[in-house]
Design a protein around this ligand. Structure first.
Ligand SMILES: Cc1cc2nc3c(=O)[nH]c(=O)nc-3n(C[C@H](O)[C@H](O)[C@H](O)COP(=O)(O)O)c2cc1C
Length: 194
């Protein structure tokens, strides 16, 4: 039975785990990833829009993603090109078991402001974070690399008006994260009682 105390501890123990902390080459079952994505789809969303869409890369798909993102970076970086960034974009995906490309699909309900669909997708990603934690796995959301490049949309089956919102890397944890902190609650919350 889940108690509030257990839930509080669980939510607060959720951490981002980065590719260098993953157990290289150890796969997560696709069935678990499907459960994680099912939880993502149970996120709150305004107007039953369910505006999220996920593309999952695993097995040979990881190399396909790595090649695509590093080559697009090379093509678009111009004089800002950095070899270290290029090689991270090539190599980091191969350290993961699964990579989920996170997207917001433009929906037809004009009464829902776009920011609310973006917020709903972020709620879905928090469900992914928590589900990954529940399975004892590691992962993190990255909005680096090609996330905000319009040209990248096509590769993920997105149209111009959709938004690519980054990538969620999943792997088995070899090196756990440590040292997380949060600011005091008083800095973040205002109570009005009178
Ligand atoms: C919208 C969003 C984008 C993020 N993008 C990146 C990123 O590009 N690179 C990165 O290393 N971490 C990224 N993160 C993860 C944060 O670094 C991480 O959540 C933060 O360090 C707090 O650690 P915690 O998740 O363990 O609490 C992102 C997180 C969010 C919510």
């Amino acid at each position: 039975m889940i108690t509030p105390e257990i839930f509080n501890q669980f939510v607060r123990s959720r951490r981002s785990t980065f590719p260098d902390q993953f157990e290289a080459g150890k796969k997560v079952d696709d069935a678990i990833v499907k459960e994680i994505l099912t939880n993502a789809c149970w996120a709150p969303n305004h107007g039953k829009q369910e505006p999220w869409h996920f593309t999952v890369f695993t097995d040979e798909g990881l190399q396909k993603f790595a090649t695509y993102q590093s080559e697009l970076y090379k093509e678009l970086a111009g004089e800002n090109f950095k070899e270290i960034t290029y090689s991270k974009l090539q190599q980091n995906p191969l350290k993961a078991s699964h990579i989920i490309a996170i997207a917001m699909k433009k929906t037809t309900n004009k009464n829902i402001p776009e920011v609310e669909d973006i917020a709903a997708v972020a709620c879905a990603v928090e469900n992914i974070y928590l589900s990954v934690t529940a399975y004892g796995l590691g992962g993190y959301w990255t909005t680096g690399g090609i996330t905000y490049k319009d040209k990248a949309k096509e590769f993920f089956g997105l149209s111009e008006e959709d938004k690519l919102m980054g990538f969620f890397y999943i792997g088995h944890i070899a090196i756990p994260s440590s040292g997380a902190t949060r600011k005091p609650l008083e800095e973040k919350v205002t109570w009005i009682k009178h």
